[in-house]
Design a protein around this ligand. Structure first.
Ligand code: RET
Length: 240
């Protein structure tokens, strides 16, 4: 561990703010995982699995951030592959969180599979546009398909099946569901911004904000993965 810190500090030029966000991301995800795992023993039985999933989301991210930091330091380029492997594991787990809190209201596994299916399509098409078909109008087209899958998820949770189940749930679950929806609508909306910065297309005007794509993705991950877990945590400790 000490060696890791020393190597990190040596490999980190003072002006490498991108590398710095990978480093801070690793630590934040690790700390959050410890918090969620330890909280499991403090909450009622029915919430333990939800907290376990919260911890797994940040733990999987911590491991990927560890490698992404290395990759950035060694190669000096976006660790797109690790990034998408991370998302492909963690985003479906976020769908599981929705399913688990709505299960008491009668959520079926078919709802879970719709959410997971849409998120896999969203991520695979995003990967195509970012790493496979990167020229001409391809990134814009793949980004569009990805965006449609994203809006299907938003529809399911904010107006469709999941919303109807939330309406039948306890006040505490309703509140948690509502906040998780805002994370998906606003927090997940950060990612297309990173995509527009990192790929070429009609939307290149977004680059004028001068941010680095990985910094945008790293901010998105910190907000969404830790934020999601904290919503679940506060639901689990509420008297409901
Ligand atoms: C922990 C990781 C999370 C919550 C990742 C979420 C990623 C997205 C919501 C990505 C969405 C994208 C689009 C909607 C269009 C452009 C391509 C993507 C994959 C960046």
């Amino acid at each position: 561990m000490l060696n890791y810190f020393l190597a990190t500090i040596k490999a980190m030029p003072v002006n490498d703010y991108v590398g710095f966000t990978f480093f801070v991301g690793t630590m934040a995800m690790m700390a959050a995982s410890v918090f969620f795992f330890f909280s499991m023993s403090l909450v009622e039985g029915k919430w333990k699995t939800s907290l376990l999933i919260s911890g797994l989301i940040t733990f999987i991210a911590a491991v990927h951030y560890y490698y992404m930091r290395d990759y950035w330091a060694e190669v000096g380029d976006s660790p797109t592959f690790f990034r998408y492997v991370d998302w492909t594991l963690t985003v479906p787990l976020m769908c599981v969180e929705f399913y688990l809190i709505l299960k008491a209201a009668g959520a079926k596994t078919s709802l879970l599979w719709k959410l997971i299916g849409a998120s896999v399509v969203m991520l695979v098409t995003g990967y195509f546009g970012e790493a496979v078909y990167t020229t001409g109008s391809s990134p814009a087209l793949w980004g569009l398909v990805s965006g449609l899958s994203y809006f299907y998820i938003v529809y399911l949770i904010m107006a469709g099946e999941a919303k109807k189940l939330a309406d039948k749930s306890s006040p505490a679950v309703q509140k948690a569901h509502g906040i998780l929806c805002k994370f998906v609508l606003i927090g997940w909306g950060i990612y297309p911004l990173g995509y527009m910065i990192g790929t070429t297309g009609w939307y290149d005007f977004v680059d004028v904000i001068g941010l680095n794509m990985d910094v945008v993705y790293n901010i998105g991950d910190a907000i969404n993965k830790i934020g999601f877990g904290l919503v679940i945590y506060s639901l689990a400790v509420s008297k409901d």
